[in-house]
Design a protein around this ligand. Structure first.
Ligand code: G1P
Ligand code: ZN
Length: 543
């Protein structure tokens, strides 16, 4: 078999971040860069000889080239079979679904999520374990260690695979099975949700706009919404995945999904709007002229979960990332179940889901999901919302306002300061860490600091400890300011500041979010010295 063993030398910095290794395309295009990292993934694993690997990506620029290299390296390293999505496409949640359903050893997903794509933009690669979720830290650390010592890589020379053609082909002894990227996922969604009720909803004239942002969920949304559920043609917009996402920033938030936001506030707005990100794991949902934060969406979905056939038995628990608002905690308390607080990043939910401790998980960064796969899942959240809307026959705004009336409202916003210098960012965080002891017990106007710490997490299942996961300043009324640096950026540093205030009084639920948080926003600057240290007087993105 024509297997080449090529000498190579390590690249510095092949350290997976919050979600895999992300770099500019030009970095990945350097000779051996991708090969080194893929060999390091394989070198860090044991026992995959003859096993199945799942492979696919969000279709961004360099996806096809990377797939060709990874197929050849998988063959040369001894995998028995690779399941690859047709045209190299697999959304992140669909990859997780395929790994689980076909009991694969693991999977490689090519994506830089919501980061822009194209020759001058970002590319990324992440490894998922056999349970279907992102590799936990001990695995990513092992991959990084291998990448710093790699001296050769193995690649199959010759042969060709046509990834546009469904069916089985071979690279040497390894089978390459090109699969329909949508089929397994659609079958799973049909089992979880009441498709007949949603079909009746659409048949009654309910209107929806789903913006796939020229990214990977287009084919999934078309098949499910316009196919299975009978939504009118044109419900899905920007539904063809493009290598550069049409020049856009495929991040479903109020800033980047502005077309959808405009459509949802027009006089003839549809009843329900939704968008997903580059690789399909994020979602934003909107009612007519009404925005629901991801934190509130998690809480409302959890409170109403029993309305969907997949969750009639109720939830075992809820898990949220630390910076996500505490709205879900209130629902958990009302349901008499536990709410787990984890560090940022979906990988921390894996153990809780595997152990059956949590059923729903969510992050403030437009990520929601359940134990049906081991990734957050944009379309899943949209379908669960549709299921609720179909059963309750109320508007999204009514459902959310009712929720606040029962549980209270957690006003919540995230302020991002993008592209600041790494020295300034590190300096700011070091200063905050240094002032934690002074902060405890201090009074700032009406706010008294109840707790100030650098969040550390002990995984309740395997006991692993993750330190330095973000600075929390918690006040005596439960309000919070959280500071952390992004682990997914590819340029400079991004400071994220998360601000939250609880309002029990329904008479005060109508305030504008930024106005409701104004005092805490000022305090966030005062405590961390953001303007002083970064020279920025305002955040780049507010969500
Ligand atoms: C961001 C989000 C985080 C999410 C991750 C991957 O990470 O904040 O919640 O899990 O993207 O989608 P960050 O850039 O903050 O490290
Ligand atoms: Zn994503």
């Amino acid at each position: 078999m024509p297997i080449l063993v090529r000498p190579t030398t390590p690249f510095p910095g092949q350290k997976p971040g919050t979600s895999g290794l992300r770099k500019k395309v030009a970095v990945f295009q350097q000779p051996n860069y991708l090969e080194n990292f893929v060999q390091s993934i394989f070198d860090s694993l044991e026992g995959f000889q003859g096993q199945t690997l799942v492979l696919g990506g969000d279709g961004r620029f360099f996806n096809r080239e990377a797939i060709d290299v990874i197929l050849r390296m998988a063959a040369a390293n001894g995998f028995g079979r690779v399941l690859v999505g047709r045209q190299g496409i697999l959304s992140t949640p669909a990859a997780s679904c395929v790994i689980r359903k076909h009991r694969a050893f693991g999977g490689i997903v090519l994506s830089a999520s919501h980061n822009p794509g194209g020759p001058h933009e970002d590319f990324g690669i992440k490894y998922n374990i056999g349970a279907g979720g992102p590799a936990p830290e001990k695995v990513t650390e092992a991959i990084y260690a291998c990448s710093q010592a790699v001296g050769e890589y193995r690649i199959f020379d010759g042969g060709a695979v046509d990834i546009d053609r469904l069916g089985i082909q071979h690279l040497g002894e390894m089978a390459v099975e090109v699969v329909d990227p949508v089929a397994d996922y659609v079958e799973l969604m049909e089992r979880l949700f009441d498709f007949s009720a949603i079909r009746r909803l659409f048949a009654s004239g309910f209107r929806m706009r789903y913006d796939a942002m020229h990214a990977v969920t287009g084919p999934y949304a078309l098949a499910i919404l316009e196919g299975c559920l009978g939504a009118p043609a044109g419900t899905v917009v920007n539904g063809t995945p493009l290598p550069d996402f049409g020049g856009g920033h495929p991040d479903p938030n109020l800033v980047h999904a502005h077309d959808l936001v405009a459509a949802m506030s027009a006089p003839d707005a549809p009843d329900f709007g939704a968008a997903s990100d580059g690789d399909g794991d994020r979602n934003m949902v909107l009612g007519r002229n009404f925005y629901v934060t991801p934190s509130d969406s998690l809480a409302v979905l959890a409170a109403n979960a029993r309305l969907a056939p997949g969750y009639t038995g109720g939830l075992a628990g809820i898990a949220r990332s630390m910076p996500t608002s505490q709205a879900a905690d209130r629902v958990a308390a009302a349901l008499g179940i536990r709410c787990y607080e984890t560090p940022t990043g979906w990988k921390f939910f894996g153990n809780l889901l595997d152990a059956g401790l949590a059923t729903f998980c969510g992050e403030e960064s437009f990520g929601t999901g359940s134990d049906h796969v081991r990734e957050k899942d944009g379309l899943w959240a949209v379908l669960l919302w549709l299921n609720l809307l179909a059963v309750r026959r109320q508007s999204m705004e009514t459902i959310v306002r009712d929720h606040w009336a029962v549980h209270g409202r957690n006003f919540y916003s995230r302020h991002d300061y993008e592209g600041i210098g790494t020295a300034e960012a590190d300096g700011l965080m070091d200063h905050l860490r240094g002032s934690l002891a002074d902060l405890a017990g201090r009074r700032f106007g009406a706010y008294i600091v109840r707790l100030a710490d650098d969040f550390a997490y002990t995984d309740p299942v395997d006991g692993s400890v993750s330190m330095r996961q973000g600075i929390r300043v918690v006040f005596s009324d439960g309000s919070r300011i959280v500071y952390r640096l992004s682990g997914t950026g590819t340029e400079g540093a991004t400071l994220r500041v998360y601000i939250e205030r609880f309002e029990p009084d329904p008479g005060k639920h109508d305030q504008d979010t930024q106005a409701a948080l104004a005092d805490l926003i000022r305090l966030a600057d005062q405590i961390a010295g953001i303007t002083l240290r970064t020279g920025r007087s305002a955040p780049t993105v507010i969500t």
